[in-house]
Write a protein that binds this ligand. Structure first.
Ligand code: B16
Ligand code: MG
Length: 222
């Protein structure tokens, strides 16, 4: 029987840090003289910090020197970190601890697979870091989702075959990355947006322990 691994995205799956990313990007946009809406922020989900700034500057039709680009990236991250500093366990999305506890009690290896370079401090702030056997984040990857690299490294770190992994993701690119890695993709969010996922749920309150058991059995027999 194959060992099964579970991989979680961070922003939009474990915590809703998208709102803090939005506030920090909006501040930069306003400083540069243009508006940045919450709808536009949707484009940033699961996307690397560098790529987000490129998109933001496209929206504002701003040409930046390399020096400006680098300093805006640093400034945005400092603003974002000020929000992260105030986070605590109350910001964990509903039923995430129940799912992590269920898996932990069954000795299922658990990894994080996130584009964020701030994943570790966030997991520390919300007190979930001890659940993770491996943390693969924006510091460990060379290729962004939808490339499967982040999840393949996570599977390797857990010592689990890629095809025996389950991935929880809220971004289209993340679902595509999981599918390309031949993993079982579970979309967390709007099913019409995440329609490439093998399974879809609004949030973890819709994922029962018996469904987790089903995922474990299903992937064990692969
Ligand atoms: P950072 P995820 C992603 O997290 C966010 O969804 C995305 O909006 C952000 O730009 C990216 O992390 C990089 O974050 O600036 O902290 O390195 O969904 O992959 O967990
Ligand atoms: Mg995400």
């Amino acid at each position: 029987m194959e060992k099964v691994g579970f991989i979680f995205d961070l922003d939009g799956v474990i915590v809703d840090t998208a709102k803090y990313h939005y506030l920090a990007w909006r501040k930069l946009a306003n400083e540069l003289g243009f508006e940045f809406s919450e709808e536009q922020n949707e484009l940033f989900k699961g996307v690397s910090r560098k790529r987000c700034l490129e998109i933001l500057l496209d929206i504002g039709e701003i040409n930046a020197t390399q020096e400006q680009f680098d300093s805006w990236m640093i400034g945005k991250n400092l603003d974002y970190l000020a929000y992260i500093e105030k986070m605590d366990a109350n910001e964990i999305l509903p039923d995430v601890p129940r799912v992590l506890d269920f898996l932990k009690k069954k000795n299922v290896p658990i990894a994080l697979g996130s584009a964020s370079k701030n994943a570790r401090p966030i997991l520390e702030k919300v007190n979930l870091i001890s659940y993770f056997d491996s943390i693969v984040d924006g510091n460990s990857v060379t290729k962004a989702k939808p490339d499967p690299e982040v999840f393949l490294i996570a599977a390797n770190n857990l010592g689990v075959n890629a095809s025996s992994c389950v991935v929880f993701e809220d971004a289209v690119a993340g679902i595509q990355a999981a599918n390309r890695a031949k993993m079982t993709s579970v979309g967390i969010g709007e099913s019409n947006i995440l329609d490439e996922a093998a399974y879809n749920f609004k949030d973890f309150t819709e994922i029962s322990n018996s469904f987790l058991e089903f995922l474990l059995n299903n992937n064990q027999n692969k």
